[in-house]
Structures are given as C-alpha cells and as structure tokens.
Design a protein around this ligand. Structure first.
Ligand code: FE2
Ligand code: FE2
Length: 279
C-alpha cells in the first residue's frame, strides 16, 4: 500500500477558454464538461461516505490512505468548481445542473445505510478509474485539447488511478459483501448516466447542436464506434461484477510509476503543468 498524496496545482484555465476546447469538437468537449459539471457534487458524496469511518479504521495504513483519498478528492472538487465557473461564463446554466446533481446525490445518501453509501462510492470509484485509464492510454481523447484543460484531466486521471482501491479496501474491512457491492454499482451507474446525459444535452441544446445530423453522427462514432469511448469501457465495467474483483486486478501501476517519475523531476507548478500538457 503506497501513500496517497494530494497534489494541489494551479491550472490557469482562462476565462476566455475556447467553447470547443477539446479538438474543436463539440462532442469531445461536452463529454469532458459533462463529467466536470457533476464532479464537485459527486466528490462530496464520495468524501461523505468515508468520513464516518475515518477515525475508527484499525489498520493504520488504510487509515492514512483514506485520509489521502479525502485530500485528493477535495482538491479535485475545488479545481472542478473553478472549471465550472468558466463553463458558466460560456452561457450554460451550471447552477441549475449542479442543483439537480446535488439533489440526486443527497437523496441517495439519505436513503442508504452507511455501508451501502460506501458501496455506492466504490462503484463510482471504479467508473472514474476505468475512465481515467482510458483517457491516459488512448491519447486521441485529449489530442489537440486546450493545454490547461488537458493538464487538469491528466492530473485528475492519475490521482483517480492512484487511489482507486482505497474505498474498496475500506468496504472489505467493514465486512461488505458481493450483493451490496453490485447493488451500489448498479445504483450509481443509473444515477451518473442520467446526470451525464442531462449535462451533455443541456450544452448541446444551448449551442444548437441537437438538430444537426453531423453532430449525432460524430457523437455516435466517438462513443460507440471502433475504439469508441463507451465501447472501450464496457469490458472493464463488467469486470466489476465478477465475485473475485479487486480494482488492482486491472493492473495499471505502470501509469502511476511513469507519472510519479515525472512528478518527482518537476520542481515547480510550471514544471508540473508543462509535463501534464505535453504528454
Ligand atoms: Fe476525483
Ligand atoms: Fe476518486
């Protein structure tokens, strides 16, 4: 078990960020923006699920990892709040979307037992981990992206992979079982998909893309075409439903080792950003 450290960086995404900052492509931009819009509320949901247990975890290493996890997720939340303020400037009704996201997350947290809330987070963590792995491995998804945004997404992906097993190990230490684990995954999948689609459609509607055939054709290709975003996630997603699943069974230590080496060499915020922008 390695230490998990929150790396607080300043990305400097400008107020006049190009609307289609990701490869001048509405679909690729909306895909990432839709995740960013729900991120602060979602990350709060994750943090609040582990807080009730953080003082009573017997294993000191796991306890440190949970604290590291809280640190990383709160740093992510702060960056996504800044990011979303820029999207708000672009004319999207971020306030309404965030309110809707929060309403859904609060409703869920209220209905579930503490252990089921952890299971829900566990499912969410698997989703973010497999998306992060895809973003880092398949470079097409951030190719020609605005450098500050590409840096932010890479930083987020690295930390998501780094802490991907923490909530799983906590859930196991609480005696959580298979049925609870897959119920949490099923629930969070339905909720996140609904919210992501709503965020995505809101932006497409605002930019008058919904009536363009080329937009839908491109969206289908990017999500479900050969090497499509959603298509590539299907198998890693389904692996979660295997009874013997553990997040590190998808062994992507290589990504963490590689990036940690880069981070070790970097001395300043600028060095770090430079590396994250170049990759
Ligand atoms: Fe995160
Ligand atoms: Fe996470």
């Amino acid at each position: 078990m390695e230490d998990i450290i929150a790396r607080r960086l300043k990305f400097g995404i400008p107020k006049d960020l190009p609307r289609y900052w990701n490869d001048n492509c509405p679909t690729k931009t909306y895909l990432f923006n839709a995740i960013a819009i729900l991120a602060p509320g979602f990350e709060r949901l994750l943090i609040s699920s582990v807080i009730p247990f953080k003082e009573t975890i017997a294993d000191q290493k796991l306890k440190n990892q949970v604290l590291g996890f809280i640190g990383q997720e709160s740093a992510h939340g702060s960056e996504f709040i800044r990011y979303n303020a820029i999207l708000k400037n672009q004319g999207y009704d971020i306030k309404k979307l965030e309110k809707w996201n929060l309403k859904n997350f609060r409703w869920l947290a209220k209905k579930l037992s503490l252990k089921m809330h952890v299971s829900l987070s566990l499912g969410g963590e698997h989703l973010t981990a497999i998306i992060s792995d895809l973003i880092l491995r398949d470079k097409r998804f951030l190719q020609n992206a605005y450098p500050a945004n590409a840096a932010l997404w890479r930083w987020h992906s690295i930390e998501e992979i780094e802490h991907k097993a923490v909530v799983f190990d906590l859930y196991t230490s609480l005696g959580g079982g298979y049925i609870g684990r897959i119920t949490g995954m099923w629930l969070i999948t339905v909720v996140l998909l609904r919210l992501l689609i709503r965020n995505f459609l809101h932006m497409a509607h605002h930019d008058k893309q919904l009536t363009k055939f080329s937009f839908w054709k491109n969206t289908f290709k990017i999500l479900w075409g050969k090497k499509g975003f959603a298509r590539q996630l299907l198998v890693p997603y389904l692996k979660y439903y295997s009874p013997g699943f553990h997040p590190w069974r998808q062994d992507n230590h290589d990504l963490i080792v590689k990036w940690k080496q880069f981070f070790y060499q970097a001395r300043t915020n600028e060095d770090m950003l430079h590396i994250l922008q170049q990759e």
